[in-house]
Design a protein around this ligand. Sequence first.
Ligand code: C2E
Ligand code: MG
Ligand code: MG
Ligand code: MG
Length: 292
Amino acid sequence: QAKRQGRNTFRFYTESMTSQATDRLQLETRLRRAVEQREFLLHYQPLMDLNTRRVVGVEALVRLKGPQGGEACLPSIGPDLFIPVMEDTGMIVALGEWVLREACRQGRVWLDEGLEFGRLAVNISPSEIRRGGVIERVTRILKQTGFPANRLELEITESGLMEHGENADLFLQQLHQMGVSISIDDFGTGYSSLAYLKRFPVHQLKIDRSFVQDLPGNANDAQLVSTMISLAHNLRMRVVAEGVEMPDQEAFLCAKGCDMAQGYLFSRPLPAAHVEKLLGSTRSQWSELSSL
Ligand code: C2E
Ligand code: MG
Ligand code: MG
Ligand code: MG
C-alpha cells in the first residue's frame, strides 16, 4: 500500500514538473515572438498629489497584447509573470529598450499637445542594471525622442540598487547629473541599507502595496507606513503610497502627510488614449472614464 502510494505520489510529482516546464517553454516561445513582432503595449497609471488632488505623474506599465493584437491584452499573462522570464533569458534588454523609447515617444506627444501629465515614470529591473548600458540607453533615447530628462523618473527596486553595490553610486550620480529622477519601488519589501539611502541621490520612495492594503485598521502597518513617511521626509525625499484602493486609506495617508498616492481608487493603469481623457477632465468625471 505504502509503496503504491509512493509511486503514485512520484508520478504525480513528475507530471506536474513536466507540465510546469512545458508551460515555461511555451511562455518563453510566446515572449520571443512578442519581442520579434513587437506585441507589447504600455498602459499608464496616474500618480496623484494628495494635497492638490492633481495628477503629478504617470507610470508606464508594460502589457502583452492579446492574440488578435490591438489594445486588448492578456490579463492572465501580466508583467509579474513574464518579466522574470525575460530577465532569465536576456530578453529584458530588448524589452527595456522598447519600453523606454515608447514611453518617451508618448510623453513627447503629450507635451506637444499641451497635456500636463507631470513626470513620466518607467520601471527598470535589477537585471537590466546588472547587464549594463542603461546610462547609454537613457541618453540615446532622450536625444532621439526629444523627451526632457527632468520629466523622466526611473523606478528601481531596493534589491536592484543593493545588488549593484559599489557601482550603484556612480550609476545614480550619472542619472542625477542628467536630470533624471530616481524612485525606489516596492519600498519596504526588499532589504535596503539606510546608509545607502542617505548617500544615494534618490528623490522618492514608493511604499509597497502590501503595507497599504490593510490600512488604516492594521496597527502594525499603520505604524510602519507612518515611519516610512517620516523617514522619507527626514531624508528630503518625496513619498508615494502604492495600491490605494479605499477612501479611508487615502484619508490615513493624507493625515500622515504622505505626498502622493497611486491606486485603483484614482485610476487603474489605462491605455494612452484613456489617460488623455483623464488629464483633460475633472476628478468628478473620472470614475466613469477610469473604469474603461
Ligand atoms: P510596480 O512597478 O510596483 O507597479 C505597480 C503594480 O501594481 C502594477 O501591476 C499595477 O497595475 C498594480 N496596481 C496599481 N494600483 C493598484 C491597486 O490599487 N491595487 C492593486 N491590487 N494593484 C495595483 P502590473 O502592471 O501588473 O506590474 C507588476 C510589476 O511588473 C510592476 O510592479 C513592475 O515591477 C513590473 N513591470 C511592469 N512594467 C514594467 C516594465 O516596463 N519594465 C520592467 N522592468 N518592469 C515592469
Ligand atoms: Mg513601479
Ligand atoms: Mg511597486
Ligand atoms: Mg512591484
